[in-house]
Design a protein around this ligand. Structure first.
Ligand SMILES: [Zn+2]
Length: 350
């Protein structure tokens, strides 16, 4: 079980960019799952410091790593696990998309070629870097305020509590300051083949989804797909940067691949049925939200009235559900606005 007291800074940062559900899963911080002779997934506890899953493939001349977790420390732990299996150098890092829980461990692999499609590199520079800088500035100003408050506090108990909070924030700031945004240097447009020894590894951008740039890793010989965050297993997905309707198309393309094991960005390794179930979640979400759009009801009413369907009530990341409804509503509304009939939009029913 992750000792959260060891990672207060990480937990705070997660609270800013990524909500996690308080579910113990799995017990340890991470689990190495062997998927083939030389293919491994590192499935992590969502409450630990790694947050997103990673994977690695031991090729003839070196190791290819798919995603690097949420912190440099978690990246180091991934490297240690790789070292327990092979002494070959880590040659390639692939970032499935720009989110920090898949890229902030990059710096633990100096000398490796970091690969991501062009848009992902742009997103790291244009979205993640400013977000990190913003977080540092906010934390610094919070620290200033807390220090001032502490200097004026006359009650010993309250002053001690404030000092403790200041220490926690300082530790957090020091963690953030050690983070170096390490950019991809190999930026294929949408497809890349790595052939090393007998193993053929395909990196493919199939279309937008979880973000506007998500890359999957497909190993045809072993029928395995590392999906990044295009696939959440038994969890409500994070749709903060998503286009859900396009994501559904991209999932259909993933299902067209000749594969039977699918590694999600969050959750344990799944099979074809699990990916179908994930697509069915979006289809059901669309079916529930569509009448609110067509009936002229407001997004607020949809968000208030729509409850999570019973079969998903035990999913993790339940606090994403209302945002899922809101995003689906916005996308369907957009579709409706783009195809307004000549006589104008339908009148609201109430
Ligand atoms: Zn993500």
């Amino acid at each position: 079980m992750a000792d959260r007291n060891r990672f207060p800074a990480v937990v705070l940062y997660i609270a800013l960019v990524f909500f996690t559900a308080a579910v113990a899963y799995p017990e340890e911080d991470a689990q190495i799952v062997k998927l083939g002779d030389d293919i491994f997934a590192r499935i992590v506890n969502p409450n630990g410091n790694a947050v997103g899953n990673a994977g690695f493939i031991v090729l003839e001349q070196g190791v290819l790593v798919f995603d690097t977790h949420f912190t440099p420390e978690a990246g180091q732990q991934l490297l240690q696990d790789i070292r327990s299996i092979t002494s070959k150098p880590v040659r390639y890092i692939v970032n499935s998309h720009y989110h920090p829980d898949h890229t902030h461990g990059n710096q633990a692999f100096p000398g490796a070629h970091i690969i991501a499609i062009k848009k992902t590199r742009e997103d790291i520079l244009g979205k993640d870097l400013p977000s990190l800088n913003r977080t540092i500035r906010v934390t610094e100003s919070q620290l200033d305020g807390m220090r001032e408050k502490s200097s004026k506090e006359t009650n010993t108990g309250r002053r001690d509590a404030l000092k403790q909070q200041i220490q926690t924030r300082q530790d957090y700031l020091s963690t953030l300051s050690q983070l170096k945004i390490t950019l991809p240097v190999v930026v294929p447009e949408n497809y890349m083949l790595i052939q090393d020894g007998s193993k053929e590894v395909r990196l493919q951008f199939l279309g937008p989804g979880h973000t506007d740039a998500d890359t999957i890793l497909y190993i045809p010989s072993d029928r395995i797909v590392f999906c990044g965050d295009l696939f959440f297993k038994n969890a409500i997905p994070n749709i903060q940067d998503a286009n859900i309707l396009k994501w559904m198309d991209t999932l259909k393309m993933i299902l067209e691949l000749d594969a039977d094991r699918f590694v999600p960005g969050h959750g344990i390794v799944g099979n074809r049925r699990d990916v179908e179930r994930f697509l069915a979640y979006f289809e059901q979400l669309r079916a529930i939200v569509e009448p609110f759009v067509l009936g002229g009801y407001s997004v607020e009413k949809a968000m208030q009235d729509i409850q999570v369907p019973a079969q998903y009530s035990r999913y993790r990341f339940m606090n994403f559900f209302t945002a899922n409804v809101q995003k689906m509503y916005a996308e369907l509304k957009q579709v409706q606005l783009l195809s307004i009939p000549i006589e104008g939009p339908k009148k609201p029913k109430n």
